[in-house]
Design a protein around this ligand. Structure first.
Ligand SMILES: Cc1ncc(COP(=O)(O)O)c(C=O)c1O
Length: 435
């Protein structure tokens, strides 16, 4: 792999999750349209991972662009304290109406932010203050092995250290409880036991519903998610659903919680919220959570306020994106993508070194026996595909508008690259890498 050589244009930039001294130079992108990324040298790549799982309608969708152009003419930005605006009001209505409710709680209030990690920070802080407003001190959280919730302090403190992202900050993280997902009776009993012993210290359980993304695209079934909800209720602990990766159709239903009929107390959203056009995040609080803040006392108010929260342009993009979900057959497209990926990735199962092939919604995964990660990336680029294997997985998470032949190019690319890899499989060195 060629190490990055700084050009006059890149010498002041610092890339994420990148050893700048050894990584290949990032590819210059000049345009993105539909499922394609257009490079400065004229090549185009199929974006097989929807730009970190954001561009659910494909890049630069005309309906979202038109909404942005309209919004740009009147109100690109305004602060959100003491002021309000129609795009945020409309978006809050849409989110509250679209999220699942149950007999005990229904989505009630939306707090906006600009990134997923900050949404997680906000959800954690709301949970802590919820208990404080009710006269209890609860400052610990329970998170799951292989979970990932972001890179800021609170978010990385509820991320499994074993995911490999945050080793350098092991001593800086805030200590919390970690448990195995309750996939079976034994693990369910272990989680119940932990909640029994520490429930009164724990503000909330945080989970990525149905799919743990950056921790390795690991799936769990609806019953497991349901068990978490039930245990939280039994032990009087809040449940935070981190739908930042899974929200907006990625797992086959609009929200992953829909598939289990689970209503969380707090839901974190971001990534595909704006159809991948602009940064925006939201925390949706249930009526029961919000009631603890609604009082005549200022100290019960939530003291948090990102400068660019509810940016009108981003809210307009999100409204247009949700309109597309209502108008176009996105979930049917996701179901077709799942069926095609299952079929076309299946041959990988026979390859030496492949230990699993799975798909859920528009996520297709081939899991390898050991981490090969970044070493496979150039082979995809050479085939005109933007795919970023990490850890021990090669995965696809394409835009939902991808056509069958383009998806076949992606799945064929995965099969070819892995077949070549498995042939020369001479114990590649293990490495930690990121999505
Ligand atoms: C489940 C989950 N939570 C939180 C985050 C953090 O979001 P952001 O990168 O926008 O801070 C991510 C990002 O991948 C995620 O997948």
């Amino acid at each position: 792999m060629t190490p990055a050589a700084d050009t006059p244009d890149t010498r002041f930039l610092w890339w994420p999750y990148t050893q700048m001294a050894t990584s290949p130079k990032p590819l210059p992108v000049v345009a993105a349209q539909g499922v394609y990324l257009h490079l400065a040298d004229g090549r185009r790549l199929i974006d097989g991972i929807s730009s970190w799982w954001t561009a659910c309608h494909g890049h630069n969708h005309p309906a979202i662009r038109a909404a942005l152009e309209r919004q740009l003419k009147t109100l690109p930005h305004v602060m959100f304290a003491g002021l309000t605006h129609a795009p945020a009001e409309e978006l809050a209505c849409r989110l509250v109406a679209s999220l699942p409710a149950d007999a005990k709680r229904k989505p009630a209030r939306v707090f906006f932010a600009e990134s997923g990690s900050v949404a997680v920070e906000i959800a954690l802080k709301i949970a802590v203050q919820y208990w404080r407003n009710r006269g209890q001190t609860r400052t610990r959280f329970l998170a799951f092995r292989d979970g990932y919730h972001g890179d800021t302090l609170g978010a990385m403190s509820v991320t499994d250290l074993a995911s490999g992202f945050h080793g350098a900050f092991a001593d800086y993280r805030v200590p919390h409880f970690f448990a195995e997902l309750p996939r079976d009776e034994a693990r369910r009993a272990a989680l119940a036991h932990l909640l029994e012993r520490h429930g009164e210290e724990i503000a909330a359980v945080i989970v990525e519903p149905r799919v743990q993304g950056a921790g390795g695209m690991r799936f769990h079934d609806a019953a497991t998610l349901h068990a978490i909800r039930t245990l939280c209720d039994e032990h009087g602990v809040l449940m935070i659903a981190d739908e930042i990766m899974t929200g907006f159709g990625r797992t086959g239903t609009l929200y992953a919680c829909d598939s289990a009929g689970v209503a969380a107390d707090l839901v974190c959203l971001s990534k595909a919220l704006t159809g991948g056009m602009l940064p925006l995040a939201a925390v949706v609080a249930s009526d029961t959570v919000y009631e603890a803040f609604h009082s005549s006392r200022m100290e019960h108010a939530f003291m948090h306020g990102p400068t660019f929260m509810a940016n009108p342009l981003a809210c307009a993009a999100a409204n247009a994106s949700l309109e597309l979900f209502a108008r176009e057959p996105r979930l049917a497209q996701v179901a077709a993508i799942e069926a095609q990926m299952r079929r076309e990735l299946e041959p990988c199962r026979a390859l030496p070194g492949v230990i699993d092939v799975r798909a859920m919604g528009a996520i297709g995964v081939v899991q390898l026996s050991h981490p090969v990660a970044a070493s496979l990336r150039p082979a995809f680029i050479a085939r005109g595909l933007w795919v970023r294997p990490f850890g021990d997985i090669v995965y696809l998470a394409p835009p939902f508008v991808i056509e069958a032949p383009e998806l076949s190019r992606l799945t064929a690319g995965v099969c070819e690259v892995l077949s070549e890899w498995s042939q020369r499989e001479a114990a590649l060195p293990c490495e930690v890498s990121t999505p």
